[in-house]
Design a protein around this ligand. Structure first.
Ligand code: F6R
Length: 674
């Protein structure tokens, strides 16, 4: 999804903005842009389609041509205040004219994440007012609206100053302006400068403009009329302020700003912030000035660097043993799960619940599906799982005493957040405690839930989720135990077995990672294939779904997952020698049934790739390529461990196909729009 970075400093802001944009690349984007106020306090903007390096190249070209022309240094693309953006197209095709920042009348520049839902209506009004549009985006109405409000604020100041300052000045009429054709009155600008010290021109203009918008936004705004001020506003899309010494920044997430600061203010819903070099002043949704705490991030700039790996996805797959250790730390003892890991009131809450409703999207939804098997098989607690985009738009029946669990890597997924907000309305009449399992502290889901469990996977940059999924499963196994214990549905022996299994998990994952060479060989089978099937039974069915999702999203090979027992009800018709069938075969109660399903595939000439437990004893034979991916995994550790070779398989198929592994086409990391 789109990314915002901005800042106001004593030094040239351009390299900071460019570095920030690169660090936001992982969110997914199709174009980028940057706008600064130059040394003459004029807006300069550069935008580019495609990768940030294209934008960087354009900036270098401008700088180089200025040098050749022996122009002064300060006429290069430099400034001390600016905003920048990576765009992921929602309204309007990926194109340079649709890229942000959007500008109005060379006076106002805006970057925006989210969607202005009433933009058509605003656009119609603005066209009537004489504004011209140069893009198909919803964001351009924001730039025009701020401009109009700015002119109104200025007119009011001018009117109240005209008698004392200059009797000849008449208020400005809202101009019928094209983008980039300033028409403003210089005398008025002078008066304004005098009044500016005691006024908050841009803050007032943005605050007034926000009243017109329906939908979701994170905004960064600069204007020539108030050249030392950067305005940030948030509603429905995340925005953080980076606090420096004599400099301040904004960004969609902390990772963009780690090279310049580790101190952050997390804006809350409805907040508007006036940001200058020296001061950050925040106003809440009611317009009251508020203090928001400055939090120190324990992330370092290094945590989001690639290191020796070719791709973030590869790095993150190999970080999984450590991610599990970090997620377990402080949450378990030698033999027990600490219920308080879910919050000090968790035990009291868990005692009251009768069922669980899990809501999530994509990969996070798959972790919820695994948990459904665990909750119902192991502790007998009814558990429903549904994708958020469906749940939020139907009228679900939710029983009293339901624990409502959202799962999300980012904590900002719009559908998941909307489902949670819908449930919060019911909390007045029903006991529906909410818990989020999330990887990003201070994200919207963590702020809106009663209980939070943070997975400590560290920043996940690859668009395809890997270590976040693994740690979500770890979190869910802890939740299973915490709920089971609190409801007296789990024996101490069962708890110990789970805890001891989890303690072995980092080692099991390391062992699974050692099969990379064999997986590279197998990946060759997919090079010329257009489709693949993934089969599993029990908890391996959601793992098959996750394997199929990973393969399709990064290699663009169509892949589908089926419960192996469902083959004969239709998908068997697809089987021939051209379709690889990936199967996960743990040594469990369903193994014999699974073996029969595999024979059905073999009899139709299917090419099987089987990831098995050493004890499963499926032998390699024509039509069967078997990888002994693990050994002695338990009920909880099996799905987590078997998922690892599937991640590696997708990764290596994508390498062979030459796709953009970390930023697959059309996808975004954090899906903050519907
Ligand atoms: C797939 C993937 C997506 C996300 C989904 C939910 O690899 O990453 O399917 O899982 O967009 O995102 P979060 O977990 O951030 O809510």
């Amino acid at each position: 999804m789109c990314g915002i970075v901005g800042g106001v400093a004593e030094r040239n802001i351009v390299p900071i903005l460019l570095e920030g944009l690169k660090r936001l690349e992982y969110r997914g984007y199709d174009s980028s842009g940057i706008a600064i106020l130059d040394t003459e306090e004029q807006i300069q903007r550069i935008r580019s389609l495609g990768k940030i390096k294209n934008l960087e190249q354009k900036i270098k070209t401008i700088d180089a041509s200025n040098l050749v022309a022996r122009r002064r240094d300060d006429q290069n693309f430099q400034g001390k205040i600016g905003i920048a953006h990576t765009r992921w197209a929602t309204h309007g095709v990926p194109a340079e004219n649709n890229a942000h920042p959007h500008i109005c009348n060379n006076r106002v520049a805006v970057v925006h994440n989210g969607i202005i839902e009433n933009y058509q209506q605003l656009k119609t009004q603005q066209l009537e007012q004489g504004y011209r549009f140069t893009s198909e985006t919803d964001t351009e109405v924001v730039a025009h609206c701020v401009h109009r409000e700015l002119v109104n604020v200025i007119n009011n100041i001018t009117l109240s100053n005209t008698t004392s300052v200059s009797p000849n000045v008449t208020p400005t009429v809202i101009p019928s302006e094209a983008e980039g054709s300033p028409t403003d009155n210089t005398q008025q600008q002078k008066i304004l400068r005098q009044a500016q010290d005691d006024s908050d021109l841009l803050l007032q203009a943005v605050t007034n403009a926000l009243k017109h918008f329906e939908g979701a936004y994170a905004l960064g705004v600069v204007a020539t009329d108030d050249p030392d001020t950067l305005i940030a506003a948030r509603k429905g899309s995340p925005l953080v302020i980076g606090v420096g010494i004599g400099e301040h920044f904004i960004a969609s997430d902390v990772s963009a700003l780690l090279p310049v600061t580790q101190s952050f203010i997390f804006l809350e819903e409805g907040d508007v912030a006036k940001i200058t070099r020296e001061v950050v002043t925040i106003y809440d949704v009611n317009g009251e000035q508020v203090e928001r705490p400055v939090k120190i991030s324990n992330l370092t700039a290094h945590a989001v660097e690639l290191g020796e790996h070719r791709h973030y996805m590869h790095k993150e797959i190999f970080e999984q043993p450590q991610a599990v250790i970090d997620t377990l730390e402080g949450r378990i003892t030698q033999d027990h799960v600490l219920v308080s890991a879910f919050g000090y009131e968790a035990e009291a809450i868990f005692k009251t619940i009768q069922q669980i409703q899990i809501i999530a999207c994509g990969t996070s939804y798959h972790s919820g599906l695994v948990a459904k098997y665990w909750f119902e098989d192991i502790v007998g607690v009814p558990c429903q799982v549904e994708v958020a985009s469906e749940y939020r738009y139907r009228n679900p029946v939710i029983q009293d005493n339901t624990l409502f669990v959202t799962i999300s890597q980012s904590g900002e997924t719009a559908d998941t957040l909307a489902a949670l907000q819908q449930i919060k309305l019911l909390k007045k009449v029903k006991n529906i405690p909410t818990l989020t399992i999330c990887n990003v502290p201070e994200s919207s889901l963590t702020r809106e839930s009663d209980l939070t469990f943070l997975t400590h996977a560290g920043p996940e940059i690859g668009v395809a989720s890997t270590k976040a999924f693994t740690t979500q499963l770890v979190a869910l196994s802890l939740l299973l135990t915490a709920v089971g214990k609190s409801m007296s549905l789990m024996s101490e022996e069962q708890e110990q077995k789970i805890v001891h299994g989890l303690q072995k998990l980092p080692g099991l994952i390391r062992k699974a990672l050692q099969h990379e060479e064999k997986i590279i060989e197998i990946a060759q089978c997919f090079a010329e294939r257009e489709s693949a099937l993934f089969l599993g039974r029990g908890t391996m069915y959601p793992i098959a779904m996750e394997g199929a999702l990973k393969l399709k999203e990064i290699s663009y090979i169509h892949a589908e997952a089926y419960p192996a027992g469902e083959l004969k009800h239709g998908p068997l018709a697809l089987i021939d020698e051209h379709i690889p069938v990936v199967t996960i075969a743990p040594h469990d109660d369903l193994l014999e049934k699974l073996k029969s399903n595999l024979q059905e595939v073999k009899a139709r000439g299917g090419q099987m790739i089987v990831f098995e437990d050493e004890q499963s004893n499926i032998s390699s034979e024509p039509g069967f390529r078997v990888i002994k991916a693990t050994t002695n995994v338990g009920r909880i550790t099996a799905p987590i461990t078997f998922n690892v070779p599937l991640q590696l398989l997708s990764y290596h198929v994508a390498l062979i196909k030459g796709t953009d592994v970390d930023q697959p086409r059309n996808l975004a990391k954090s899906v903050t729009v519907e």
